[in-house]
Design a protein around this ligand. Structure first.
Ligand SMILES: Nc1nc2c(c(=O)[nH]1)N[C@H]1C(S)=C(S)[C@@H](COP(=O)(O)OP(=O)(O)OC[C@H]3O[C@@H](n4cnc5c(N)ncnc54)[C@H](O)[C@@H]3O)O[C@H]1N2
Ligand code: MOO
Length: 390
């Protein structure tokens, strides 16, 4: 069996960055900026006041100086004239500094009588002026690739970039397989359960930036699986769930093979997730996840999310691990890399006793997968471990 690292490398070989498309700024949040974009203007476009007060000359900014107010500069409506010695312009935050003025004395430091003002308190040395281009200049670049966050969207708007080049979202067909499955909300028969993985993975893939499409559940027959694969045509990636193991009803590998799957690998030395399979089916990458709910979700974090990131042009990266100290003793690990459900709090990892790969309840209260290398010896309380936050 290959290692987790080898599997991830082979999975990255199945995908590459997708094409670039343009979207309006209002649709760009969460998308991946595909190439550098540049500011179309300076910000601020003029020297601007950062306070409400009076614009004067710095040389005259002293306590007890008096000025005649000759006009007003408000945001959106500047003052057209020039400020001369002994003159002031009433000014507001964000307004253009008038010609001749380079200091704003805040209104709290001024007493006013009609058109006359007197500086009544020490005005200090901060001119309260934001220089033109102080935030960014025309031509300043926003680097790519990056996943756009709300603050990036605000910066793009300020740069007057109204259409944004982003990487196309990977379309991922999700096929649950199994006679025992029904959709949430349906009435299950006595031998049936609800398809849970499908919805967990859908949420995970959406969060990663993909466009998942949940297809109808495929039954444990070649005909049903062929119909499902047929419906998945056009997807960038096809993900099946279940039917990956060695039982009489585990038909996914065979059905995909009949439809031309070029298998890249089958089975990984990991726990949970051993019966993972992958390959190419026509233009699409195919990943066959094990059906056990925890196995499917763990494989999602370890493999599917990095693949989505690679397709989005964010690079082929291994998920970053953190370190903590283990609480209590941990037994020696077997030959498979073990991803143990745990809670990490204040740098201490408490690993759950129950590591059954069917237990979604345990997974839902975990916030970490503690990684045990193959054949890791027993660990004593306080030993350092690596974990993947989830
Ligand atoms: N003799 C062996 N048996 C098994 C082995 C093995 O090596 N030898 N491996 C075990 C491991 S490890 C895993 S993991 C499972 C994987 O099996 P499959 O991928 O074939 O999955 P199924 O048999 O279809 O289902 C397993 C389990 O998960 C439930 N399931 C399936 N799909 C969903 C879904 N969409 N939502 C919720 N639950 C789902 C299914 O009902 C089963 O309970 O095989 C072991 N066996
Ligand atoms: O490897 Mo299975 O994925 O342990 O439950």
């Amino acid at each position: 069996m290959i290692t987790v690292e080898q599997a991830r490398a082979l999975l990255f070989d199945l995908v590459g960055p997708l094409a670039v498309e343009e979207v309006p700024l209002s649709r760009a949040n969460g998308r991946v900026l595909a190439r550098e974009v540049t500011a179309q203007r300076d910000q601020p476009p003029f020297d601007a006041s950062s306070m409400d007060g009076y614009a004067i000359k710095t040389t005259e900014a002293q306590k007890d100086s008096m000025f005649r107010v000759i006009g007003e500069s408000a945001a959106g409506h500047g003052f057209a004239g020039t400020v001369k010695a002994g003159e002031a312009v009433r000014i507001f935050t964000g307004a253009p500094m008038p010609q001749g003025a380079d200091f704003v004395v805040i209104q709290e430091d001024v007493s006013r009588n009609g058109d006359l003002i007197t500086i009544s308190d020490d005005p200090g040395t901060n001119p309260n002026v934001r220089a033109a281009g102080g935030d960014f200049r025309a031509g300043t670049a926003m680097s790519a690739p990056r996943r756009l966050r709300p603050q990036d969207i605000a910066l793009l708007a300020s740069m007057n970039v109204a259409r944004v080049p982003v990487t196309r979202k990977p379309v991922i067909a999700l096929i649950s397989t199994g006679d025992e499955l029904v959709m949430p909300g349906e009435e299950p028969g006595p031998d049936q359960i609800i398809a849970s993985n499908t919805f967990g993975l859908r949420a995970m893939l959406e969060e990663a930036g993909a466009e998942p499409r949940v297809l109808p559940i495929a039954r444990d027959s070649h005909a049903s699986l062929e119909t499902a694969f047929d419906l998945a045509r056009g997807a960038d990636m096809i993900v099946t769930i279940g039917g990956a193991s060695v039982g009489d009803h585990d038909l996914v590998g065979e059905a995909a093979g009949n439809l031309g799957l070029k298998r890249s690998f089958y089975k990984i030395a990991m726990r949970p997730g051993k019966p993972l399979m992958a390959g190419r089916m026509g233009d699409a990458a195919m990943v066959g996840l094990p059906g056990n709910p925890v196995s499917a979700i763990v494989c999602g974090y370890l493999f599917l999310v990095p693949m989505v990131h690679a397709m989005l042009g964010l690079g082929a990266h291994t998920p970053a691990l953190l370190t903590a100290r283990v609480k209590g003793d941990l037994g020696a690990n077997g030959p498979r890399e073990h991803y143990m459900r745990a809670v990490v709090k204040d740098g201490v990892a408490t690993v759950f006793d129950n590591q059954d790969s069917a237990m979604l309840g345990v997974l839902a209260v975990a916030n970490a997968l503690v990684v045990r290398p193959p054949n890791d010896p027993a660990l004593a309380d306080g030993a350092e471990i690596s974990y993947l936050p989830i």
